[in-house]
Write a protein that binds this ligand. Structure first.
Ligand SMILES: [Ca+2]
Ligand SMILES: [Ca+2]
Length: 223
């Protein structure tokens, strides 16, 4: 038995199964262009009952079906706040992910959403969101949904929800809150199909406002 075998023998079966599902035939690593980190270190002053354990480690590779492409670049964006406090809605999909002033759109207080129209339905394999990354923050009640209905009234699939106490009224989420960092947050939609991606938030640990530096949606055409 070589050293790798010994290491894998120590991993729980559930983790091995997850690894097998992520790598393998027909999959390739999702290549991302990440912005420069603007702060370093592990924040210790953020308190939340639903915060994930902060490791400070990079995300590591993520595997998607071969042929997966970025679908969201320069696609149209709608919002519950069509007159942002700062910036423009086009910033959500303009490909700029730098964290400084001038690179984010600021939406009003409380529960708000942005929605990207991919132009056609696709099978979705990764959704990345950068709310804000020049300061360690946790955004509240982050919910990501996919639908073919632009009004999200029917056929809605929730692919991420960290609203553990149902503040947003969209149901209790099982995902954890997280600290925003330069690598963004990767949501795995697991092949969910749809044309529209809607992302909710409800303020953050620094203020009641909502911000987006960028959202990226990756997927493959429906066959
Ligand atoms: Ca941007
Ligand atoms: Ca909540």
């Amino acid at each position: 038995m070589n050293r790798h075998c010994c290491v894998y023998a120590l991993l729980p079966a559930a983790i091995l199964a997850a690894l097998a599902a992520r790598q393998g035939p027909g999959k390739e690593e999702l290549k991302l262009q990440l912005p420069k980190p603007l702060f370093i270190g592990t924040p210790t002053n953020i308190k939340s009952p639903n915060l994930e354990v902060i490791t400070g480690k990079p995300r590591g590779p993520f595997y998607v079906p071969v042929g997966t492409k970025l679908l969201s670049l320069n696609r149209p964006v709608k919002s519950s706040d069509m007159q942002p406090v700062i910036g423009e809605l086009t910033m959500v999909t303009d490909g700029e992910k730098e964290g400084g002033d001038g690179y984010f759109v600021e939406l009003g207080p409380g529960k708000q959403w942005v929605q990207i129209d991919l132009g056609a339905p696709y099978a979705l394999h990764a959704i990345l969101v950068w709310h804000y990354h020049s300061q360690a923050r946790v955004y509240r009640d982050v919910i990501v949904q996919v639908s073919d209905d632009k009004d999200f009234l029917k056929g809605v699939a929730t692919v991420f929800n960290n609203d553990h106490d149902n503040t947003a009224g969209l149901g209790i989420g099982k995902d954890k809150e997280y600290v925003e960092v330069a690598e963004g947050r990767l949501v795995d939609p697991r092949g969910t199909r749809g044309r529209y991606v809607r992302l909710y938030s409800g303020g953050n640990t620094s203020n009641d406002l909502n911000h987006y530096v960028e959202v990226e949606v990756y997927g493959t055409p429906l066959t």
